[in-house]
Design a protein around this ligand. Structure first.
Ligand SMILES: [Zn+2]
Length: 89
């Protein structure tokens, strides 16, 4: 079942809907209630989620980076090896 992305032409709200190909496109915006929602081609997630999706991806990559930085010194050395960037003497 394809996922369709919608964008409201009235308030700009973006949302997703699981629908079969034969289902009627959603017209009503769940936020403002106006029949201004337009179905978009769900080809590139980056295009569809240029708003909220951007921050979500950004947040995920930041937390991933933080956890990998935290794990690295403990896993590879005790803190005073040559390859350790901030070796404590
Ligand atoms: Zn709306």
């Amino acid at each position: 079942m394809p996922t369709y992305g919608y964008e409201c032409g009235a308030c700009g709200h973006q949302f997703e809907k699981f629908q079969s190909m034969s289902d009627k496109p959603v017209r009503k915006c769940p936020v403002c209630g106006k029949a201004k929602a337009k179905r978009q081609i769900h080809g590139g997630a980056g295009v569809l989620f240029k708003g909220a999706g951007f921050y979500q991806t950004d947040y995920r990559s930041q937390s991933y980076k933080a956890s990998s930085e935290k794990d690295k010194p403990a896993a590879s050395c005790s803190g005073d090896c040559k390859s350790c960037p901030d070796s404590r003497k």
